[in-house]
Every structure is written in structure tokens, then in C-alpha cells.
Design a binder for this molecule. Structure first.
Ligand code: MTE
Ligand code: LUZ
Ligand code: MOS
Length: 767
């Protein structure tokens, strides 16, 4: 079944926030933000702006009736700055005017005086100064300290990873208007309608039931609207509440790029030890996470980095620590993978570093260390239904890598102007919110008396096709035509207390809740049919809209049965609730069973580097992906391809640049380069792993939203290997590997910091 949105998208009929017809007297909000990254506000003079034609009012922290607080996990972020500012782009005020243009022009007239303080932009500098968002968080198993003596080889190194801009096509925004008696209607481009509702209530000092948040769909979220859609929803609601008028706040692209947080940059140090036969015995890693100026989702992202520290490998002795560092950048936030890519890049770098020193391909080390059935992930979860070796074997069988690798070697012997490189990227990604309590969802189903069906869930459609999957759940559970089913907008009045659509679990959680609701109504319909046709309910079946008893046609169809049920006063509405079973986690001990299951896969890369120019092409990516038993192969393939290219952008070309003053230099699409059609690999092959799926996945169809992004990390190592085919002195782990860095790498001399020989490393370790 194709995505139910595709026709609307290509004909321009799909509605987004900005397409909502405007109500009479709508005001437009433009945010006044800090021009400096760190300092005190000495004075704020908006008198000229206030008198600007069209300006109705300017709101600041003083106008907030409830709390000036929007922090989602930790209460450390005001809606508006009061005395001090901590990043460029931090909101200070909201100008409300009769047109967006008037508000924008009035913004130029606001005069703010600051006392500048020194800005910190790098996490290691923040750490050196003791600037942390949180105390350090460590997960450990075994005792690496005691293993170094037993290791045959020990390697240490450091890695750098830049952040990533979400670049959802639809910028952040919200449209709020008053309903009667202090109730508000809020249309928000958010992945988390409940977070918006909760925070609006807090800031306005109202109970949550007065706030109705409604979302039709997003023009992309990618994690950027999990937490950071809230501020604009609160601002538009504050305006609507105080002025009793509709208020629309939609960020321009420039404002969005400057004001919102991104994927967290990380600087990391690792130490890895091997036995003689290249089994990893011990791994120690310290991550310095660039959290930005407030916590936002950093505490949760910290945990997911720790969970994915060993990627698809079994390592008996591990110690991993995240230092969540406070810097003067916009608070960094969720982004597809949610800290996972950062953890996985470091272990892959450690393996690559070892491989370079030992003169073997990384793949030799990778394959020797894959996690196997009944091994224990270092956070305590016993690995079950592990598919790492399976995807590896399937990929080798399907794609014949040995031949490709030989051809690449021969190419490199013959060619001096171009060099090729290859790499494998295995993935093991845990599915469930790492915060156990968030793994719950609800759905609401109405069957109308004409047999048509309305479905509401807590899931947000943001392009990933979750609504199509929800429709499939209802269709297949009832046994009716998809044309009968309508997916309603996501609305906090119909479905309450929703978790964000995130952690790739939107389809699993909401689909299972929907299944519960549909099954309950179906049971009532079958019981009615059982009375009508005098057979046990277990012998009633509805298929292709027809009602069968004992496998025989009854002459009744869905419409007739539904109408009869209505006439007999049978309840045709049901709400379903689902909470993932089995999972649990003890955060203090760092042990438990946090994930319903893992998604596995493998990507192989072949790339070519131009050794004169430093440019490169990704010639081919071959993937075997563990979809489980895909309930929608077209949508799932789209998710893998999209995530793969987004991941390649992250590790190769998307370079966020801030200056020392904390100013975003890559603040437009001419300076921040995302993959376009020319940057997409010439060949992408994606084949499914043949498996039965997992029963905790909806219809055994595994979550697919985030895991394939991590295939993108393989691009880094393949390009690195191509550069090393020309200059083996190049061994930096500094993502993204832009053409500029490739060019430098092609001609750089060996770094002075030489690896300790195993013996000195051992000696050092025992000291
Ligand atoms: N696909 C599209 N087209 N647009 C998006 O914004 N977000 C990704 C992924 N795929 C996204 C997407 C992220 S970050 C997540 S967590 C999942 O979709 C969320 O949806 P799901 O839980 O239904 O997979
Ligand atoms: N959000 C969250 C997430 O709150 N918890 C998670 O575990 C998570 N994982 C991925 C993406 N978003
Ligand atoms: Mo996705 S980062 O879980 O929104």
C-alpha cells in the first residue's frame, strides 16, 4: 500500500501549519533574540518598536502569568531571557503586529544593551572550566582497568564529531487562538503535542485541560520538533491568551537556523585493548558532549550514547562516561539516532585505529567481535534474536564483497589520480524510549453508523508514513477496505498524555494501542453476528468487507453489520491503551532490559577520491537491513534510503560552523551544504534480511525510522580508507570528512602523537 499522503503531497493539497486559513484579527509574532552568546542584559528599550505602525504589543518575561519555564526534563530554560543571555538566538521578547512584515521591521528598532561575557563554544573548554549541564554519567561492566595488563594490543585515540542541522522543510511554528472561557486551540508543528500542552499550561498558569493541541502533519521533524517545537507554541498561546486574539508565530528559515538547537557535537577519547586473536577485551571511552546553553533532551541523549557505546559488538569490560558540557550555543536536541550515532562513531573509530596500526582491514576486527545470541549487552540486556552475524552473512552472499574488494585493490594499483576505499558499517539499534515510562500509547476508534471509521492515535505524521501504517492496522484488524478509514489529526483532546512521536517507536506503540481498540470493537461485532447466525463468535470472520460464519458467506457485509449493531445500541467506539511489556531499567545501576528489541543491519561502501582536488564520490552502498516482517515495504525502503543519505550528509558534508563568539556562520543553505541529488550515491541497494520479525513490533514489522541513519557513518571510514590508499599517514577521526579535510589529509605528514607500542602502553597502564 502506498503512502496515503503521496497524492496530496505531489498535488500540493496536503495541509501544513502555514496552510491553515487565517482567522479574523490574527496577529503575527516575531521573536526578538539575543545578539550575543553570553552576557547580562543591561537595558531593553522597545519604545520605538512599540510605536512602529502595525505593532500591537511586545511581550517579555514580565507578561508571563504562570512560570517562565519551558525545560522539558530539567527546569533550566526560560521562555524569555530575563537578566542574562546564554546563546545567540535566545528569545528575549515577542513582537505582535498586524502583519509579519511589520513585526519583522519593528524588530530592527529594539535596542538592547549587554555586558558581554566570554562565550564557550567547545565542550572540552567547558569541561576544563567545570561548566556542566549535569554530573557525569557512567555505565560500566566488568573492569577495564584490570584488563589492560592482559591485552596484547592497546590503542588510544580521540575523535571529533560536528553537529547537524535538522533542516526540516517546514520551519518551526504554531498558531493559537482563544476558544470560549479561557480555553485555547493550538495548532503546532510539533512531534510532541502533549509536551506543548503541558508547557503552555505551565507558562499560562492554567490546567492542561484548557489547552487543546492539534497537529495534522509536519513537513519533517527528524527530532528537531521533539522538544524544540514547544517554545513557539507557548509564545503564540501566550499572545492569544493575553490579547484574546489569534496569534501565529512561524519562524523564517534564518531565524530557525539561528535560534534552534541541533545534533550534539561530541569530542571523545577512547582506549581499546585486544587479545592476540583480535577479540576486544576492554574499552574505555569518555565523551564530551556539547549540550549548548540548557539541558533540553541532553540527559536522555546522554543515555542513548551510553547504550550504543559498543554498537553491534560484545565487549566484556567496558567503562563509558558522558560529560554533558554547558556551552553558549542554542541547546542541542534530539536528532534521528539521538546520541546513538555519536557513541557508534567512536567505537568504529577505535576499531579503525587498531586496524590501521595492525595493518588489517577493520572488517577483520568487526567480524571477530559481533554480539551473539545470549551475550549480554554491557548495560545488562541479554541479547536475544540477534541478527548481526546473519546480516553479515546475508550481505556477503547477496553482494559478493570479496570480488569488489579485489577490484578496488587493483584499481588503486593502476590509478594515481583517483583512489578507491571501502568500509563496512554494522548497526545494532535499541528500540524503545530509554526512559521506560514513556513507552505507552493510546488510540481512539469510532465506527460511524454508515460503516465508515475514524481513527485517532497519539502518533504524529511527519513524512515517515505512520498514518498509513495506522490505517493498515485498522484495515487489517477489521477486514475492511482502506477507503472506509480516515486518519484524524493528532489532538490532545481525543488522545491524551501522548509520548512524542520519536525513538522510532511511533508505529509500534500507537499501532499496538490501535490494535487493542479495534480488536475490542471487533469482538462486539462478532458477538452480535454470532447471535444473528447462531454460530460461536470464534466462527465469525470479516474479510474483504463480507461477514462469514463457519467459513461460509452470510449475505451480510460490514455496513449492514455495523448498522445492526448501532440499532441494537452496541458501543461502536473504543479507546485502546498499550504499554510495552518486559522492559525495565535501573538508572542508578545502569542495568536492565531497556529495549523491546534491536534493529540490525549492515552497509558496505565503495567510494572514489580525486587525489588532486580532494573531492569524492560515493559509488555504491549495499545494505542488508533487518525490517523484521515489513508491513509496508515501500515506506520502509523510503525510510532506509532517506536515513542513509541523511547519515551520509552528517559524516561527509554538513559542516556547522560557529565563530569564537558563538555566532552560527553556516546560517543559510549557501554555507550549510546538505546532500542534493548529486551527492546521493550513484547506486544504493537495500535488501531485506529474511526473518520472521519480532512480536513486540507492530505486525512483526520492526521500527525503521532512525536505525538506518547510522549506516551513514560508513561513508566516513570508506573515504578515510581511500585517502589512506594515497597517504597512509592520514588517520584523523574528525567528522564530517569534507572535501577540504580530504585534501588536507591527502598531503598531510604523519602526526607527531605516535601510538604507544603495546609494551609501553602496557607499562603505562600498569603505572
Ligand atoms: N521521516 C521523514 N520523512 N520525516 C521525519 O521527520 N523523522 C525520523 C524518522 N523518519 C522523520 C522520518 C525520526 S527522528 C523518527 S524518531 C521517526 O521517523 C519517528 O517516526 P516513527 O516512530 O513512526 O518511525
Ligand atoms: N526521545 C526520548 C528519543 O525521549 N527518549 C529516547 O530514548 C529517544 N530515542 C530516540 C529518539 N528520541
Ligand atoms: Mo526521533 S530523534 O526520535 O524524533
Amino acid at each position: 500500500m502506498k503512502n496515503i499522503d503521496s497524492t496530496g503531497h505531489v498535488t500540493g493539497k496536503s495541509l501544513y501549519l502555514d496552510d491553515l486559513p487565517l482567522r479574523q484579527d490574527t496577529l503575527f509574532g516575531v521573536v526578538v533574540d539575543s545578539e550575543i552568546a553570553h552576557g547580562h542584559i543591561l537595558s531593553f528599550d522597545a519604545s520605538e518598536a512599540k510605536n512602529y505602525p502595525g505593532v500591537v504589543r511586545i511581550l517579555t518575561a514580565k507578561d508571563i502569568p504562570g512560570e517562565n519555564q519551558i525545560g522539558g526534563i530539567i527546569a533550566d530554560e526560560g521562555l524569555f531571557a530575563e537578566d542574562s543571555v546564554h546563546f545567540i538566538g535566545q528569545p528575549i521578547a515577542l513582537i505582535l503586529a498586524t502583519s509579519e512584515r511589520a513585526a519583522r521591521e519593528a524588530r530592527q528598532k529594539v535596542k538592547i544593551e549587554y555586558k558581554k561575557l566570554r562565550a564557550i563554544t567547545e565542550p572540552r573548554e567547558a569541561a576544563a572550566k567545570g561548566e556542566y549541564l549535569l554530573p557525569p554519567k557512567t555505565f560500566a561492566s566488568g573492569n577495564p582497568e584490570k584488563q589492560w595488563d592482559k591485552c596484547e594490543y592497546i590503542f588510544t585515540g580521540s575523535t571529533e564529531q560536528a553537529g547537524q542541522e535538522h533542516l526540516y522543510l517546514e520551519t518551526q511554528g504554531a498558531y493559537s487562538y482563544p476558544l470560549e472561557t479561557e480555553n485555547l486551540m493550538v495548532h503546532s508543528s510539533t512531534q510532541s503535542p502533549t509536551a506543548a500542552q503541558r508547557t503552555i499550561a505551565k507558562v499560562l498558569g492554567l490546567p492542561m485541560h484548557r489547552i487543546q493541541v492539534d497537529v495534522v502533519r509536519l513537513g519533517g521533524g527528524f527530532g528537531g520538533k521533539e522538544d524544540q517545537a514547544t517554545a513557539w507554541a507557548v509564545m503564540s498561546s501566550l499572545g492569544a491568551y493575553l490579547l484574546n486574539k489569534p496569534v501565529k508565530v512561524v519562524l523564517s528559515r534564518h531565524d530557525d537556523l539561528r535560534m534552534t538547537g541541533k545534533r550534539h557535537p561530541y569530542s571523545s577519547d577512547f582506549k581499546i585493548g585486544f587479545s592476540k586473536d583480535l577479540k576486544i577485551l576492554a574499552y574505555e571511552v569518555e565523551y564530551f558532549q556539547n549540550g549548548g546553553a540548557a539541558n533540553d533532551l541532553s540527559p536522555a541523549i546522554t543515555e542513548r550514547t551510553l547504550f550504543h557505546t559498543t554498537n553491534a559488538y560484545y565487549i566484556p569490560h567496558v567503562k563509558a562516561t558522558v560529560h554533558s558540557c554547558k556551552t553558549n550555543l542554542p541547546p542541542n536536541t534530539a536528532f534521528r539516532g539521538f546520541g546513538g550515532p555519536q557513541g557508534m562513531f567512536v567505537i568504529e573509530s577505535a576499531i579503525a585505529q587498531a586496524a590501521m596500526e595492525l595493518g588489517v582491514p577493520s572488517s577483520v576486527i568487526q567480524e571477530k567481535n559481533f554480539i551473539k545470541e545470549n551475550d549480554v549487552f554491557y548495560y545488562g540486556q541479554v541479547a536475544k534474536n540477534v541478527n548481526v552475524q546473519k546480516v553479515w552473512n546475508a550481505a556477503h552472499k547477496e553482494y559478493g564483497f570479496t570480488k569488489k574488494q579485489k577490484a578496488i585493490e587493483q584499481f588503486n594499483q593502476k590509478n594515481t589520480l583517483h583512489k578507491k576505499g571501502w568500509a563496512f558499517m554494522p548497526i545494532a539499534f535499541g528500540i524503545s524510549f530509554t526512559n521506560t515510562s514513556m513507552n505507552q500509547a493510546r488510540a481512539l476508534v469510532h465506527i460511524y453508523s454508515d460503516g465508515s471509521v475514524g481513527v485517532s492515535t497519539g502518533a504524529i505524521e511527519m513524512g515517515q508514513g505512520v498514518n498509513t501504517k495506522m490505517l493498515q492496522v485498522a484495515e487489517q484488524t477489521f477486514g475492511i477496505s482502506p477507503d472506509r478509514i480516515k486518519l484524524e489529526s493528532t489532538n490532545t483532546t481525543r488522545v491524551s498524555n501522548t509520548s512524542p512521536t520519536a525513538a522510532s517507536s511511533g508505529a509500534d506503540l500507537n499501532g499496538k494501542a490501535l490494535q487493542v481498540a479495534c480488536t475490542a470493537i471487533l469482538r462486539r461485532l462478532k458477538s452480535l453476528a454470532s447471535d444473528l447466525f447462531k454460530v460461536p463468535a470464534s466462527k465469525i470472520q470479516i474479510k474483504d468487507e463480507l461477514v462469514f460464519a463457519n467459513g461460509k458467506k452470510t449475505g451480510w457485509n460490514w455496513e449492514k453489520l455495523v448498522y445492526e449493531a448501532f440499532m441494537q445500541r452496541i458501543n461502536l467506539t473504543e479507546s485502546g491503551h498499550y504499554a510495552t511489556p518486559i522492559i525495565h531499567f535501573d538508572k542508578e545501576a545502569g542495568k536492565g532490559h531497556p529495549f523491546a528489541y534491536h534493529v540490525y543491519g549492515l552497509a558496505f561502501y565503495e567510494v572514489t577520491v580525486d587525489v588532486i582536488r580532494g573531492t569524492y564520490e560515493i559509488d555504491e552502498v549495499d545494505v542488508i537491513h533487518d525490517f523484521g516482517k515489513s508491513m509496508n515495504p515501500i515506506i520502509d525502503l523510503g525510510q532506509v534510503e532517506g536515513a542513509l543519505v541523511q547519515g551520509i550528509g552528517y559524516t561527509t558534508m554538513e559542516e556547522l560552523a560557529y565563530d569564537n563568539e558563538g555566532r552560527l556562520l553556516s546560517n543559510s543553505l549557501s554555507t550549510y551544504k546538505v546532500p542534493d541529488i548529486y551527492a546521493v550515491p550513484a547506486v544504493i541497494r537495500v535488501k531485506p534480511l529474511k526473518t520472521g520479525g519480532h512480536s513486540l513490533a507492530i505486525f512483526k514489522s520492526k521500527a525503521v525510522g532512525e536505525p538506518p541513519l547510522m549506516y551513514g557513518l560508513g561513508a566516513y571510514f570508506a573515504i578515510q580508507n581511500a585517502v589512506r590508499a594515497f597517504n597512509s599517514d592520514f588517520r584523523k577521526f574528525d567528522a564530517p570528512i569534507t572535501p577540504e579535510k580530504v585534501l588536507m589529509g591527502l598531503y598531510q605528514k604523519k602526526e607527531k602523537t605516535v601510538q604507544p607500542s603495546p609494551k609501553t602502553a602496557k607499562a603505562n597502564a600498569s603505572k
